[in-house]
Ligand binder design. Structure first.
Ligand SMILES: [Zn+2]
Length: 288
């Protein structure tokens, strides 16, 4: 599976074997002039998602274009219980969809927290490999993003991170959020017909693919980067890795990361409780 599939419509065709982690010096993006648009409108019965959204003006670090981007009005959203792997959930809106800023002119894209942080060397790389080929999409004046639009934005962000030779943690975190978005998208997909079932299964398959990339990426990141990582303390990343290892049935790795959470003096009570719960499940699996 080419994890960058879907970006062809922006004029960006990544090589099939584009490596996410490890040192890949070769060009990541190939030229392609085909533009395909297969976006689906998604119906929402949630009360007015746009009420939670604010337009913020930003200046692109790569091409200097000034544009508006959608951000969440933090004071308005109400947090609900997160998934067991810490995927955040909010009432009436999936805030994850709005966590990426993308320049509509040159294609430079990054998660909000990273958007303004670029070295001159990275700007050069993005000009050469993204901006030179990027095909702007017209008519993007919607007040909210669909899951497909959000997924495209994150994939663009991931490709930018590879091109700018960003940190493993940034790539891993983007993959994690992509898998969360696909999980959320799948939750909205109907299963009435065989075609709908197949589409949902495909979405779940892609979720797994990005989840595995995140698992691999965070393991590489903790070997060479400092905490906090993507805004997360060590105990949070350790718990996340323990849960992902559990998901992939790598129980020894899961136990190792869990031990780190449970003995950490700085882990929160809640994190330790979640860790203890996971530990019970791992023990049960190992007994089988
Ligand atoms: Zn730009």
């Amino acid at each position: 599976m080419n994890i960058f599939s879907g970006l062809e419509k922006f004029g960006l065709k990544s090589t099939e074997s584009a490596q996410l982690f490890g040192d890949s010096q070769k060009e990541t993006v190939k030229k392609d002039n085909n533009t395909v648009n297969t976006e689906q409108e998604e119906k929402k019965d949630v009360p007015l998602e746009q009420d939670f959204i604010l337009e913020k003006t930003v200046r692109c670090k790569v091409c200097d274009h000034v544009f508006k981007t959608k951000v969440i009005k933090n004071g308005r959203v109400r947090r609900m219980e997160s998934d067991r792997d810490l995927r955040p959930r909010f009432q009436y809106i999936d805030t994850l969809k709005y966590d990426v800023t993308s320049c509509p002119v040159c294609g430079y894209t990054a998660m909000n927290r990273y958007f303004d942080h670029l070295s001159s060397g990275q700007i050069k790389l993005i000009r050469e490999q993204i901006a030179s080929q990027f095909q702007p999409k017209d008519g993007t004046s919607e007040s909210t993003y669909t899951y497909d639009q959000a997924i495209d934005r994150y994939k663009l962000s991931l490709l930018n991170t590879v091109v700018k030779r960003g940190r493993d943690s940034e790539k891993a975190y983007t993959c994690l959020k992509l898998s969360w978005l696909m999980r959320a998208k799948a939750e909205t997909m109907p299963e009435g017909t065989p075609e709908e079932k197949a589409a949902k299964a495909e979405c779940k398959k892609e979720e797994e693919e990005f989840y595995f990339q995140a698992f691999e990426g965070f393991q590489q990141a903790i070997a060479k980067e400092m905490f906090p990582m993507c805004g997360m303390e060590q105990s949070t990343v350790d718990y996340l890795l323990a849960y992902m290892a559990y998901h992939f049935q790598k129980y020894e790795i899961a136990s190792k990361f869990l031990a780190s959470v449970l003995t950490s003096p700085s882990a929160s009570r809640r994190m330790k409780d979640m860790g203890l719960e996971l530990k019970e499940e791992i023990i049960a699996k190992l007994r089988k």
